[in-house]
Design a protein around this ligand. Sequence first.
Ligand SMILES: Nc1ncnc2c1ncn2[C@@H]1O[C@H](COP(=O)(O)OP(=O)(O)OP(=O)(O)O)[C@@H](O)[C@H]1O
Ligand SMILES: [Mg+2]
Length: 410
Amino acid sequence: MALIEGFRVQNYRALRDVTLGKLSNQQDGEPLTPFTVVIGKNGVGKSTLFDAFGFVADCLSHDVESACDMKQRGGFERLRSMGSNDAIRFEIYYREATGERPMTYELAIALDETGRPFVESEVLKQRRKGQKHGRPYPFLRLHHGKGMVWAGEEAVETAGGGEDRAQEPVELTDLRQLGIATLGTLKEHPRIKRFRDFLKGWYLSYFYPDAARSLPSAGPQKHLNSHGDNIGNVVQFMEREHKDRFKLILERIAAKIPGVKSIDTEVTIDKRVVLRFNDGAFDDPFYAQQMSDGTLKVFAYLLLMEDPDPPPFICIEEPENGLYHKLLEALAQEFRAHATGKKNAPQIFVTTHQPYFVDALSAAEVWILEKGADGYSSVRRVSDLVVVRNLVDEGLPLGGLWYSDYLDAR
Ligand SMILES: Nc1ncnc2c1ncn2[C@@H]1O[C@H](COP(=O)(O)OP(=O)(O)OP(=O)(O)O)[C@@H](O)[C@H]1O
Ligand SMILES: [Mg+2]
């Protein structure tokens, strides 16, 4: 499975310089776990961190200027950390599969002289084939849209800068587009393609229960979209292609939410798909429009997790909203089981306010964001807090420790 082992954000709102996990130049760091959870008080930057992932994904699927303006981000000047004149930077340290050489992607976005955001620089680098340690070398290096790319699976920049047949100059025509967006479509750059595909596959959940109550046009669809308004279409797909898997989801929902016995779809006369819930008590089914927010939410998460071809990376903000507290520990376990289970398991990143959710987690899975007196946030891994680690080892649940202020103490 693909794993983001580390992520660094610089100059993105309150995240002036924040690193989670391991980076290519910080090899003593512990990699991120397949299931990672960020907690912290109001205003410390949890949504900002979630949005940092979303922003990088939007830079690829749109362009950097649109990404700055969309989703109420308010433009580059609003996004850049107050008091900074530097570029907004991201670094992703990522491994395509266990045993593969890790790859680093560095992206810097700045303003040009007309005040327009553009891609200032972009680097993809990797260690030489066969090397387990040592410095990574670029196989894509762009500055203001100009630079070099090294084709194939193995070539990287040589230290002496000598001629390499795999080396080609690159010049991009649109400085608002990521280089990996164009180069990643070319067959001669398989590594860039794989990284681009990985990034394109990220799933950021903007689910809201009313979206699941909409009535989309009928027709099976493979994947749940980010708002969840095609949930009926995904159920149609599961009913048709993955009957057994779908039955399992229903059993798990029935175990978690009283009164849900079966779920299926009905196609209306005008060819829209509606979700039908049967609770066993009444003969007539309920429709999604009548179902509770929490039921729809749990159903959407389980459906997302059970996708036979899941996204490689899933981000969910505050999944606890609207859910019964006793369900939260089970939901966290469900997320972990999916993040660590199969070969193509997704990495799952969650922000939360809920101690019950955190009770199910290990200290290495939890990061705590805090805001300093200077207005910028910092992040610590809970397993680095010795006292907390010892208490967890003694069997105390992490959420309880958080509730009792053990995690906040500096
Ligand atoms: N450009 C900026 N530079 C520095 N700080 C900023 C910038 N823009 C916003 N902030 C700070 O970031 C905070 C918002 O952080 P965010 O919304 O990520 O918090 P949160 O942890 O999600 O909080 P909550 O738990 O309330 O949802 C704002 O309160 C503001 O102080
Ligand atoms: Mg928030």
